[in-house]
Design a binder for this molecule. Structure first.
Ligand SMILES: [Mg+2]
Length: 216
C-alpha cells in the first residue's frame, strides 16, 4: 500500500514559495561523505556520476556492491550531525528571504533520518519546515503549491529533480546550485531554461527578481 506523504506540518502563507533541496545545496554532502568514507577504509573515485561502482576499498581498490554502498549512505545520514555543515551564506540568505517568502526544505533522504536532520538544521538556525521523502520532487511540490497564483522557486543540485518540478509546477523559477566537486562535474546537465546559481548571493538576486511584484 502506498502511503500518502504527510504535508500537514507545512503551513503556507499568502506569499511566494521557495522550495529548497538540502544535500549539496544547504548542507555540504559530497565533501564530508568522502571524508566519512576514508574513515571507513573506502574512497570515492569520481569516474562517473554514481556512487555504486565508484566507492572502492582503499586497500584492494575493489568496488563495493550496492547493498554496502546503501549501508554506508545510511550510516552517514545517521551520523550527519557530526559531518554536515552549512554551505556559505545559506543561513543569512534564507533568513532574509523568509521575510518575504515561505521557505520549505525538500530533501530526498530516507525519512527515518528526519529527526537527525531536523536537529542539525535547528542547531544551525534553519528552522523552516522540512519534507523528507524519496518520492519524485515535482509531484510533492505540486501538492504543496497547489496551483496558487503566487511566485514559486525550486533549488536543487540534481538535474532530474529540477526536471521533475519543471514538469509539475508551471512558471516556477528553477535554480541549479551545485558544489564544484569532481563528481558533480560529471553529473547530467539540467535542460535549457534552468538557471545556474553560482552561490547563495547569486541565488538571492535571482530569487528576488522573480518574487518581487513587477511594476505594471
Ligand atoms: Mg541535493
Amino acid at each position: 500500500m502506498t502511503e500518502i506523504l504527510d504535508l500537514s506540518h507545512v503551513r503556507l502563507g499568502d506569499r511566494p514559495l521557495v522550495v529548497c533541496d538540502i544535500d549539496d545545496v544547504v548542507l555540504h554532502f559530497v565533501a564530508p561523505f568522502q571524508e566519512f568514507l576514508r574513515g571507513e577504509g573506502h574512497e570515492l573515485l569520481p569516474r562517473s556520476f554514481r556512487l555504486t561502482g565508484n566507492i572502492v576499498s582503499v586497500e584492494t581498490q575493489i568496488a563495493l556492491e550496492h547493498p554496502d554502498v546503501r549501508r554506508l549512505i545510511e550510516a552517514f545520514f545517521e551520523a550527519q550531525e557530526n559531518w554536515q555543515i552549512p554551505t556559505d551564506l545559506v543561513v543569512q540568505t534564507l533568513d532574509a528571504l523568509s521575510k518575504d517568502a515561505d521557505v520549505v526544505f525538500l530533501t530526498a533522504m530516507p525519512p527515518r533520518y528526519r529527526e537527525h536532520r531536523r536537529r542539525l538544521l535547528d542547531q544551525i538556525g534553519l528552522t523552516f519546515p522540512m519534507i523528507a521523502s524519496e518520492e519524485p520532487k515535482g509531484p510533492i511540490m505540486q501538492r504543496l503549491h497547489a496551483g496558487r497564483p503566487l511566485p514559486s522557486v525550486f533549488i536543487d543540485d540534481m538535474a532530474h529533480n529540477l526536471h521533475s518540478v519543471r514538469d509539475h509546477v508551471s512558471e516556477c523559477l528553477l535554480l541549479h546550485m551545485m558544489p564544484d566537486s569532481p563528481l558533480h562535474l560529471l553529473a547530467p546537465k539540467p535542460a535549457e531554461g534552468i538557471v545556474r546559481a553560482t552561490d547563495w548571493a547569486h541565488a538571492a538576486e535571482l530569487i528576488r527578481s522573480h518574487i518581487q511584484p513587477k511594476a505594471a
